[in-house]
Write a protein that binds this ligand. Structure first.
Ligand SMILES: *[C@@H]1O[C@H](CO)[C@@H](O)[C@H](O)[C@H]1NC(C)=O
Ligand SMILES: *[C@@H]1O[C@H](CO)[C@@H](O)[C@H](O)[C@H]1NC(C)=O
Ligand SMILES: *[C@@H]1O[C@H](CO)[C@@H](O)[C@H](O)[C@H]1NC(C)=O
Ligand SMILES: *[C@@H]1O[C@H](CO)[C@@H](O)[C@H](O)[C@H]1NC(C)=O
Ligand SMILES: *[C@@H]1O[C@H](CO)[C@@H](O)[C@H](O)[C@H]1NC(C)=O
Ligand SMILES: *[C@@H]1O[C@H](CO)[C@@H](O)[C@H](O)[C@H]1NC(C)=O
Ligand SMILES: *[C@@H]1O[C@H](CO)[C@@H](O)[C@H](O)[C@H]1NC(C)=O
Length: 913
């Protein structure tokens, strides 16, 4: 380049810069953004810190409750879809409920004075709260049980008579930011240190007073006064529990179940608005503790009070005695900045803070937390992206744009000449998700389908009436066409002939069910064949296999499962693709129990007494039954849960070792009542039994054996947690002191250390449905106390039908049975999975690719998976269909707009050449 050219270039740059400054009029390039609700909340949060929070009024330490939109409501959980942006709130909701159920259950179960010492002791409360935090690294940062005044019958003080209470008792564990610990020389939080404090001790610790600034969790359910008794029946719900105990291996104490009814948190019907079992607090500043803005889920613990008053029996009633509280960082909670509309109902403090242009519409992005820009702007129906834009405009780009960029960009262009969607209806339409099942139901429609197919085949045959002549005439393509047609519909020549005969006889036996090639191969053959195919957008064989799997899932029921071979009641492992992620909260629930038992077995010694303090007794069978029941009761997606001790590893409080101990709890579904498995109402009856009573033991079961084999001889790779318990110095809680053992350590597994089973049908035992099992080990000290060893597994069962399947294309190595079965037109569209569609096909949408536009004039901008599947079904069955029209078209070129800067640059470039 010559120096003359350089000079021209510089002059050009100066001209452009001067013009740019002049048009800005001296304003800052970011001034176009107005102050909004987000800034206001952000400022309020920034104005509080750990140094000034003590002196601020309560109002400044709380944020408006509208800052938490769309909280999970217990009675809507079965009917509403919980989107990924609310799964972490749902998890603290469920864990708060879990603990509330556990403590309600155990206090009402062990209610006699004899059983007083079987109730949880001091370390039980502490270690359980610590496990809630340590097992939920990305979900829970604090866990507490906060008792009301004179409601906690503590069994760990020698100088407290059994019928007396502590004033207040509130053990709370929270994750401690240990970046500054002397032992932490990386100066990075390890996330593995947990502080546990008694909130009821120390100066100014009376959290029941209104002058206590951080006690919104207290006020929601407590105090539960006598005067409210007329409202009691709805506020406290009764739950039925049947338990079958075993006293020795292979033997149940009783063939009958021991039934018990206990009072727990409310269980409102779908229509009721009040008395939810779990409520959320406003976001508040956790002053002096974790010093962060947090949100708590709160659930009430119920007990019959006063206890142990024989002569005052009539005074006794069910009472909320404590609040079970779980915390999460407010910064972790997604917000929805889009305009109010369907799916984004008020109240929502941040509604309308997104900056989408009128030609676009706004969609929140999940996992963004409390940050600006957690949204994207998609073209409205009838608009398309400019050619340079790949996918929706990202909120983060918009928020960091200058005024000019915003003014001139982020707009969609109108689509001209939109068509009306072809409305082709066949008589047998009436769409149903499970096309095959439907055929079994309405046979005549099936016969019609078959008739069309045969007609089509016949037409193809008529064309090549004289096959040999055709071949000699070089028309072998006609034969090819016929063969291909038969291949697509999965029929052989004989089957076709058979079909023709049936149609003549008008025999209504479903044709496809009988004659379709069976692609669902037995297990031992599965690794060969189809799986070696290279990645492609749509895989016909996989699609057929998917239909087989879905219909097999639907065809096995409680009534007929006995007729199947055990092998047929196991689905291939790749069917449960996505379970690890979608059921992670349920796995974490099992992990919590594993952490708790590990923590307890590694730190509680039967012989220890600490001055005035009684040491905890070893875990008894009742509390472990209570724990597994609470796992099932607290989470609607957990169907069953159990704790299974390895052989000769369970030692009870009496010092006796049992060969086996395996309490397993499950949701009990009464049949015969007509409600059946699909009843929408929440079940409040639960059953549990000790697997030790069965004649065959559980050590050989896959979910036990595989985990045991991995961990039995090698415990390397476990996480090590540190907990720092602070207890009250005396009965009145004058001050806090360190617990005699300080700090405590325990080693426990991670979520990935557990094992997920393939889906299988639990036939005529407990759940009677397709389930997936997750099992995770727990560890205790070995017999000489020098190291830790494998002690058993914790297990949870979830329903296969709650799993969302993903039909979109994936790489060849992804173990997903349903990949590449989405029927998008991959030339012009791409596939996006939709959450919440469960185990049904069609849970995706086909969106237009870059450079293509949606051609129709309905109020959509994508093709729905269910429509695609249905039209495809019609197509392969030879019915009238509009499958071939469901694709995007090349977008017309945008209007050429004249930009003088571009023009100048173009001229300059021309000049420079
Ligand atoms: C213990 O609870 C059971 C079942 O709720 C109840 O029948 C029994 O009267 C209670 N016993 C005492 C001593 O409170
Ligand atoms: C709690 O118990 C103490 C001691 O028994 C008693 O002095 C106090 O009045 C009780 N408080 C309430 C609110 O019942
Ligand atoms: C506790 O029990 C003892 C003896 O059983 C009785 O004398 C005392 O009054 C009881 N105390 C309370 C607070 O109920
Ligand atoms: C806390 O305050 C309540 C009044 O709200 C009072 O009844 C109770 O005795 C106090 N508890 C303690 C331990 O100071
Ligand atoms: C601790 O947690 C934070 C945030 O959740 C994460 O960024 C960090 O990597 C974690 N630290 C360790 C040592 O895992
Ligand atoms: C827990 O606390 C850590 C920092 O101490 C934070 O990075 C993380 O986001 C918090 N997690 C939740 C779920 O609140
Ligand atoms: C969560 O995502 C769903 C689906 O995208 C949306 O309808 C809802 O408004 C979102 N909620 C929040 C609080 O972001």
């Amino acid at each position: 380049m010559t120096s003359r050219n350089e000079a021209v270039m510089y002059a050009l740059i100066v001209v452009v810069a001067v013009c740019a400054i002049m048009t800005q009029g001296g304003r800052n390039a970011f001034d176009w953004r107005e102050r909004d609700a987000f800034d206001e909340i952000d400022d309020r949060m920034n104005s509080i810190n750990r140094l000034n929070c003590h002196s601020k009024p309560a109002s400044e330490l709380h944020l408006p409750k509208e800052t938490l939109a769309q909280l999970p409501l217990f009675n809507k959980l079965l009917t509403n879809i919980i989107f990924p942006n609310r799964t972490n709130l749902l998890h603290i909701h469920n864990m708060a409920l879990n603990r509330a159920f556990f403590y309600s259950y155990i206090m009402q179960k062990a209610n006699t004075s004899v059983e007083f010492y079987n109730q949880p002791g001091l370390l039980y409360y502490y270690l359980s709260a610590a496990a809630d935090v340590s097992a939920n690294e990305y979900g829970i940062n604090g866990s507490a049980i906060l008792y009301d005044v004179n409601c906690s019958y503590a069994n760990w003080y020698k100088n407290l008579p059994f019928n007396n209470t502590l004033g207040l008792f509130g053990p709370r564990a929270f994750r401690f930011d240990d970046y500054n610990e002397p032992t932490n020389w990386l100066r990075e939080p390890t996330n593995k240190t947990i502080n546990i404090e008694d909130y009821g001790a120390g100066p100014e610790s009376n959290y029941t007073l209104s002058s206590y600034k951080w006690n919104r969790w207290y006020k929601i359910f407590l105090p539960d006064g006598w005067d409210k008794s007329e409202h009691d029946s709805t506020r406290k719900h009764t739950y039925g529990v049947d338990i079958k105990y075993s006293d020795k291996t292979g033997h149940f104490v009783d063939d009958e179940y021991h039934s018990m009814v206990f009072f727990g948190p409310p269980s409102p019907g779908v229509k009721e608005k009040e008395d939810l079992p779990v409520r959320f607090t406003q976001p508040y500043f956790d002053c002096g503790r974790s010093n962060k803005w947090i949100v708590s889920a709160v659930s009430p613990v119920v007990d019959r009070l006063p206890r142990y008053l024989d002569q005052w029996f009539h005074l006794r009633r069910q009472k909320f005695v404590a609040a079970s509280v779980m915390d999460i960082d407010f910064l972790q909670v997604d917000l929805n900045p889009c305009v109010v509309g369907q799916g984004n109902e008020l109240p929502n403090y941040f509604a309308g803070t997104a900056k989408c242009k009128p030609t676009t519409m706004c969609e929140p992005i999940s996992g963004w937390g409390f940050r600006r820009g957690g949204y994207q702007c998609m073209c409205r129906p009838g608009y398309r992206y400019p050619f340079y834009q790949r996918g929706p405009f990202q909120g983060a780009d918009i928020e960091s744009a200058t005024g000019d960029e915003y003014k001139n960009g982020f707009d969609c262009l109108p689509v001209d000449l939109r068509q009306v969607i072809p409305n082709i209806r066949s008589n047998s339409s009436g769409y149903s998700i499970n096309g095959r099942k439907k055929r079994a139901v309405s046979e005549s429609a099936d016969l019609q389908d078959a008739g069309r197919l045969v007609r089509l085949a016949r037409e193809l045959r008529d064309e090549d009436e004289a096959p040999l002549a055709a071949v000699s005439r070089g028309q072998s393509h006609i034969l090819e066409r016929r063969k291909r047609f038969l291949r697509i519909v999965g029929l052989t020549e004989e089957a076709l002939g058979d079909m023709e005969k049936r149609i003549v006889r008008r025999d209504p036996t479903p044709v496809f069910a009988v004659k379709r090639k069976r692609i669902f191969v037995p297990r031992y053959k599965r690794s060969t064949g189809a799986s070696r195919k290279k990645r492609q957008a749509f895989d016909k064989d996989r699609h057929a296999r998917m239909l087989d799997i879905i219909s097999l899932r639907q065809s096995v029921t409680k009534k007929n499962c006995k007729q199947f071979k055990t092998d047929d009641l196991v689905l291939p492992g790749d069917v449960s693709f996505g379970a690890k992620k979608q059921f992670s909260p349920q796995a974490r629930t099992a992990l919590r129990l594993s952490h708790f038992i590990s923590n307890f077995l590694q730190n509680v010694d039967i012989y220890e007494e600490y001055g005035n303090l009684r040491g905890d007794k070893l875990l008894n069978t009742e509390v472990l039954f209570g724990e597994v029941l609470a796992n099932v009761m607290g989470d609607l997606r957990i169907e069953g849960s159990g704790v299974f001790y390895d052989i000769d590893k369970y030692k009870g409080p009496n010092g006796e070792t049992r060969q086996f101990f395996g309490p397993y709890a499950y949701r009990f579904k009464e049949d015969d009542t007509g409600k059946g498995l699909h009843a929408k109402d929440v079940k409040t009856r639960f059953r549990a039994e000790d697997f030790a009573g069965h004649k065959t033991h559980y050590l050989d079961k896959e979910w036990f054996k595989i985990v045991k084999e991995r961990w039995q001889s090698n415990t390397y790779g476990l996480d090590r947690f540190m907990e720092k318990p602070m207890i009250r110095s005396d009965l009145d809680g004058t001050s806090l002191r360190k617990f005699d053992l300080y700090p405590l350590y325990y080693r426990a597994p991670r979520e990935e250390d557990g094992w997920w089973s393939a889906p299988y049908f639990d036939c005529n035992k407990y759940i009677n449905d397709w389930i997936i099992t997750y099992s995770v080990p727990f560890f205790g000290l070995n017999s000489i106390g020098t190291d830790i060893e494998f002690k058993g597994v914790v297990r949870v069962d979830v329903l296969l039908r709650d799993l969302d399947i993903n039909q979109c294309p994936m790489d060849f190595h992804m173990p997903n049975a349903f990949k590449n079965t989405a029927r998008c037109d991959y030339k012009t569209t791409y596939c996006v999975p939709l959450p919440g569609k469960k185990f049904n096909r069609g849970g995706y949408k086909c969106e237009c690719k870059q450079g293509y536009e949606y051609p129709f004039s309905d109020q959509a901008w994508y093709f729905d998976g269910q429509t695609m599947e249905e039209e495809y079904r019609k197509k392969i069955n030879g019915l009238q269909n509009s499958f071939h029209t469901l694709k995007c078209r090349i977008s017309a070129g945008g209007k050429a707009s004249l930009s003088w800067v571009l023009l100048l640059t173009a001229v300059a470039l021309r000049f420079l050449q």
